[in-house]
Each structure stands twice: as structure tokens, then as C-alpha cells.
Ligand binder design. Structure first.
Ligand code: F6P
Length: 323
């Protein structure tokens, strides 16, 4: 490997810049030429690449978003799209690719590496933490902290008005942001796709709390919850308890922005460094995760969504602490 490229793909996440910086600087340290690809696979297909130097990544470790920009590229799902991408890499003599993104982005990298024998390494950059084989994904910790800050503020106003708030957080099909932010803010209920939502139980618990004059309640709902999100939950609650002063707050894309937390900067730096080491050592077509504080290299073939892995222990803690 002598000339590598790095791209960010799919939804951005805080810490992607720190990862790009780590890839570029580790590559240069090892005597490689490093190219940045703009707008993920879209930019690759369009030959939107530029040569990166150490200064190209100065003053970005603390910035949210991604200086390389990102895109969800439909064309790269097709063999024709990938052929275009490969032709650009071949034309430029690039013999290694680092892909920072979620599982959709890894699927693209896997297909490319299979069809054209281009060594690829993935870094898990997504706020959703929905990838098997890593305890952390770049951006998750920051997103959870953003959600916590917002929910703490919501609790202030909920408390002042004796109101119920139903707060919807992101996470796509995974409930980790909801679980972590809900526990950390003392939410009275947390609804996640990994568990069946028993709306009757949620409402019965509100009725019981009302009887005890506990009127300030926060329900955190993952956007992917099977019941259909915060508005649906509010509808069901209002139907049974018309007297209740319920409000909905959908946190949305604020969870994707902001300066990355210490944890996200650290894991991004560590993963970025090991991504380049992996390419150099011939550990190809893997994604670089961290499990139990050790690097974990998962073949791209084995990537999968993390649904269903939330432990009973956490669910019990939620129940006991929220009563
Ligand atoms: O995967 C990250 C994520 O923010 C999810 O939590 C959310 O479902 C989705 O992306 C939103 O996508 P978009 O930015 O395209 O609206």
C-alpha cells in the first residue's frame, strides 16, 4: 500500500473529523500519500478527490460535521456505480481505501473490495451505535450528551408546569441513544425498538403516578420504536388521559452536530490510527472496532446491525430507578 484515500459516508457524526485527521496523519507518518474524497462514494464516482497534507487536517479535531462532506450515494449500490468508483481509484493509483460511516457504507466497501480487490478498511462513524463488533461508534457519545443536555432543559420546564413530556431521539432502528440518554436523565419510561412497547403498561404507570401526585414525567422514545414515535405515544396517552398536559419534543438533527466529546475524539483518533496500520499490515476488508478496550477487527462480511443486544440488566435498572 502506498497511496490511500479516505472518505466519510452516510449520516455525519461528531468525531468524523478527528478520525479523518488520524487517518491522514498516520498515513503521512508512514510515508503514504493520502487523498481525501469529497461527499463519500458520490465524490468518488465524480472524481472529486484532493491530495491531503498534514495541514489539511489542522484545527479540525474539535469540529462537528465532516470537512470531507458526506452523502448517501444510491449509485454506489449498483455494480455500474462501483465500477466508476474503481476506475477513478485505479486511474489515480490508489491502493487502499478508508471508509468512515455506518453499515450501509461498509456494504459498499465490501462489494467494492470483492469485485475489484481493492483493500478497504471501515471505521464505525454513526451516532446510532448499531454495529456489531464494537462497544463504541464515533459520534454516539456526543449525541447522547447532546440529548441529555436537551432533556435536562426539558425537565426544567416540565417541572415548572407539572407536565408530561414525550421526547423522541434518533437512532434509526436502534434504541441505544434513547436508553443511554433516558437513564442519564432519569426518564420515567424509555421506549426502544429492542423491546416490545406495552403502551397500556406505560399509560397505567402514568395513571398510578397521577394518583400519587407525581405529575412531572418524561418518556424518552426512540424514533425506531415500533409504536411509531413520540406523536403516536402522545396520541395514545391523551386518548386515555385527556386531562393530562402532555407535550412532544422531537430532538432531531441537533443530535448529529456539535463539537465531539472527549470519548469520541479519543476513539476516533485510535480507530483512525489503527485503520492505517491495518492497511499496512495486510489486515484488509475489515472494520476497526473497539471491544473491552482492545482493538477488534471484524471482516466486512460479518457486519450487521446491533438490534436486540440490549441487556435485561439495563431494562431492570430503568424500571427500578424510574419508579
Ligand atoms: O444514522 C444516523 C441518523 O441520524 C439516524 O439516527 C436517523 O434515523 C437518520 O440518520 C436521519 O437521516 P437523515 O439525516 O438523512 O434525515
Amino acid at each position: 500500500v502506498s497511496r490511500i484515500a479516505v472518505l466519510t459516508s452516510g449520516g455525519d457524526s461528531p468525531g468524523m473529523n478527528a478520525a479523518v485527521r488520524a487517518v491522514v496523519r498516520t498515513g503521512l507518518y508512514n510515508g503514504l500519500e493520502v487523498y481525501g474524497v469529497m461527499r463519500g462514494y458520490q465524490g468518488l464516482i465524480e472524481d472529486d478527490l484532493f491530495k491531503m497534507e498534514s495541514r489539511s487536517v489542522a484545527n479540525i479535531i474539535q469540529r462537528g460535521g465532516t470537512i470531507l462532506k458526506t452523502a448517501r450515494c444510491k449509485e454506489f449500490y449498483t455494480p455500474e456505480g462501483r465500477k466508476k468508483g474503481y476506475d477513478i481509484l485505479a486511474k489515480r493509483g490508489i491502493d487502499g481505501l478508508v471508509v468512515i460511516g455506518g453499515d450501509g457504507s461498509f456494504k459498499g466497501a465490501l462489494a467494492l473490495s470483492k469485485e475489484y480487490n481493492i483493500p478497504c478498511v471501515g471505521l464505525a462513524g454513526t451516532i446510532d451505535k448499531d454495529i456489531v463488533g464494537t462497544d463504541f461508534t464515533i459520534g454516539f457519545d456526543t449525541a447522547v450528551n447532546t440529548a441529555i443536555e436537551a432533556i435536562d432543559k426539558i425537565r426544567d420546564t416540565a417541572d415548572a408546569h407539572d407536565r408530561l413530556f414525550i421526547v423522541e431521539v434518533m437512532g434509526r432502528d436502534a434504541g441505544y441513544i434513547a436508553l443511554h440518554s433516558g437513564i442519564a436523565t432519569g426518564a420515567e419510561s424509555i421506549l426502544i425498538p429492542e423491546r416490545k412497547t406495552d403502551i397500556e403498561e406505560v399509560i397505567n404507570s402514568l395513571v398510578e403516578k397521577e394518583r400519587r401526585k407525581k405529575l412531572v414525567n418524561i418518556i424518552v422514545v426512540a424514533e425506531g420504536d415500533e409504536f411509531g414515535g413520540a406523536n403516536e405515544v402522545a396520541k395514545a396517552v391523551r386518548a386515555r388521559m385527556p386531562q393530562i398536559d402532555a407535550r412532544v419534543c422531537i430532538l432531531g438533527h441537533i443530535q448529529r452536530g456539535g463539537s465531539p466529546s472527549a470519548i469520541d475524539r479519543l476513539i476516533a483518533s485510535r480507530m483512525g490510527y489503527h485503520a492505517v496500520e491495518s492497511l499496512l499490515e495486510g489486515r484488509h476488508n475489515v472494520f476497526v472496532g473497539i471491544m473491552n478496550n482492545r482493538m477488534n477487527y471484524v471482516p466486512l462480511e460479518n457486519i450487521g446491525k446491533k438490534k436486540g443486544t440490549i441487556s435485561e440488566e439495563w431494562m431492570k435498572i430503568v424500571k427500578i430507578l424510574a419508579s
